[in-house]
Design a protein around this ligand. Structure first.
Ligand SMILES: Cc1cc2nc3c(=O)[nH]c(=O)nc-3n(C[C@H](O)[C@H](O)[C@H](O)COP(=O)(O)OP(=O)(O)OC[C@H]3O[C@@H](n4cnc5c(N)ncnc54)[C@H](O)[C@@H]3O)c2cc1C
Length: 510
């Protein structure tokens, strides 16, 4: 059978696209874990939409463009803010229970948003409510879902997508699935780094598969590090949402000193990259691996009702955050770059689409504004399915100047043996929050040497390791090419932004 739509991934992007695509024809979802193994269900803060009094799509546009540090695609941002209210209404109609106050939708404030505009559900359990609601809808709608099925290769014939090869993770067999339209909704690549808020599925599969198939990959040097993830021995870096600082959370160093105002007048509510670097410098200054987030001055009931999930998680780990400080440090969080698409989700390969964290319209530019990613999925998934068939493929001129590169040949050999941990440590130390030409060169050389040692994968973890290696290489090479600092990309050897680099870096296969 040839499906009209095949969708790889079952986070918000995969499930939402599938529900819309079902109205157009047959749909198959492939997903490498269980249906709800994804980053989406961990989203806490919420979804941005300019629906409050005193807010407007114009203000939301300005905030998004400001966060993007000169590289956001204005066309994509315009669509995002203009369609936000309608897409939120769609989600609400599907059954997502957004929180209300006195009968009105509750709106929270987050860093770098000028006004409160973040809708949330279950306090800080927005992603879980979205994932549960959408997966229930998909089940009810009878859409075919193949769980534990990992896409390993995109089949392209004469420049047109024909389907994918996929591994049945339970039996080890590989099968071909055919389709007219293939939608990558495979999420991000946080697992490239030693410390990350991402779930274990975020291994860059979509970027690696698409690049190998001949798709263009853009903005890979821009990876967002979240300033505040829990830093406790033996505990994964559980996210402490931006909204906690939005409610008045204060950052203190290990000596109890409030340091953020020393770095920026916006203090704790500065954009993520600024707060992240402030924390890192402070950790270096005090020779500590953490700082503290203090919300002990907030009323008890505000903490437990607004952040029930964070409150419970910390309590289970021996921390009562109504009374004590929360140990935090930055962690890898969100991939701004990805498979280059136009604003209809189309890639340069006919029939191949990318949406959600794996896709890159250039919307986020050099830095994502908090809570814009869930909204991005709603707006652009709809456009993937909506695109009128007779409409010619749109070019991507709206995203601004683009420079094209292929991966340089590297002859480096030697170095450490490849393992997932070695790769994550290398990336964290050399392609992390603060980079330089030397560290990036080291990373690119080491990863390219590892590429040559890769064995033919046979199970989920070996496929994922291969994908991480290729994605890591793309990230290190893009970061080396960009000789400036902008948004989330900070290089000590080029610490300032440069007008020469007001352009996107696009990588493609030879
Ligand atoms: C802790 C945390 C908190 C966040 N909070 C917010 C927030 O408050 N607001 C906001 O806007 N954003 C937030 N984000 C970001 C946002 O949640 C993600 O960008 C978004 O959920 C990504 O959705 P997605 O559908 O693209 O990917 P995901 O939800 O990660 O789904 C990817 C899917 O693809 C599948 N997959 C991957 N590779 C393959 C393969 N090879 N074969 C088959 N299946 C595959 C995975 O199993 C998974 O089902 C947060 C992220 C994290 C990690």
């Amino acid at each position: 059978m040839t499906y009209d739509y095949m969708i790889v991934g079952s986070g918000i992007a995969g499930l939402y696209t599938a529900l819309l695509a079902q109205k157009q024809g047959s749909v198959l979802i492939l997903t490498k874990g269980s249906i709800d193994d994804c980053n989406t269900k961990h989203a806490q803060g919420g979804i941005a939409a300019a629906i409050g009094e005193g807010d407007s799509p114009g203000l939301h546009f300005q905030d998004t463009i400001a966060a993007g540090a000169g590289l956001s695609n204005p066309e994509a941002v315009h669509l995002l803010v203009a369609e936000a209210a309608d897409r939120i209404a769609d989600l609400s109609n599907l059954g997502v229970p957004f929180d209300t106050v006195n009968g009105e939708v509750a709106l929270a404030k987050e860093a770098a948003h000028t006004v409160p505009r973040i809708l949330h559900a279950g306090g800080d359990a927005t992603g879980e409510h979205i994932e549960v609601t959408l997966s229930r809808r998909v089940r009810q709608s009878g859409i075919e879902v193949l769980e534990y099925c990992l896409a390993t290769e995109i089949i392209v014939e004469k420049g047109v997508v024909r389907g994918v090869r996929a591994l049945d993770c339970r039996t080890g067999s590989v099968e071909e699935f055919l389709c007219h339209n293939l939608v990558l909704a495979t999420g991000g690549a946080g697992r490239l780094f030693k410390y990350t808020t991402n779930s274990e599925v975020a291994t860059g599969d979509g970027v690696a598969l698409a690049f190998s198939a001949g798709a263009e990959i853009m903005d890979m040097e821009f990876f967002q590090f979240h300033p505040t993830a829990i830093r406790l021995p033996g505990t994964h870096p559980f996210l402490i949402s931006e909204a906690v600082r939005g409610e008045g959370g204060i950052l203190r160093n290990v000596e109890g000193y409030r340091f953020m105002p020393d770095y920026t007048p916006d203090g704790e509510l500065a954009p993520r990259d600024v707060v992240t670097r402030g924390i890192l410098y402070e950790m270096q200054k005090t020779r500590s691996d953490r700082v503290f987030l203090d919300i002990t001055h907030l009323p008890h009931h505000v903490i437990t009702t607004r952040f029930p999930h964070i409150y419970r998680f910390c309590l289970e780990h021996g921390l009562d955050i109504t009374k004590g400080l929360i140990p935090v440090a930055p962690a890898a969080h969100y991939m701004m770059g990805g498979v280059k698409t136009n604003t209809w989700g189309e890639t340069n390969i006919s029939g191949l689409y990318a949406v959600g964290e794996v896709g890159c319209t250039g919307l986020h530019g050099a830095n994502r504004l908090a809570s814009n990613s869930l909204l991005e999925v709603l707006v652009f998934s709809k456009r993937v399915v909506q695109k009128p068939k007779e409409r010619p493929a749109e070019d991507t001129a709206g995203m601004g100047e683009q420079s094209y590169y292929s991966l340089p040949r590297r002859n480096f050999s030697g170095g450490a043996l490849l393992s997932c941990t070695a790769l994550q440590t290398l990336m964290w130390e050399n392609v992390g929050i603060i980079r330089s030409g030397d560290t990036l060169e080291k990373a690119a050389n080491t990863v390219s040497a590892w590429e040559k040692t890769l064995e033919k994968p046979s199970d989920r973890s070996s496929y994922e390791l291969n994908n991480l290696v290729l994605t890591g290489r793309l990230m290190a090479e893009a970061a080396l090419i960009r000789k400036e600092s902008r948004g989330a990309h900070f290089r000590t050897d080029y610490p300032e932004p440069s007008p020469d680099w007001l352009k996107h870096i696009v990588l493609r296969r030879d």
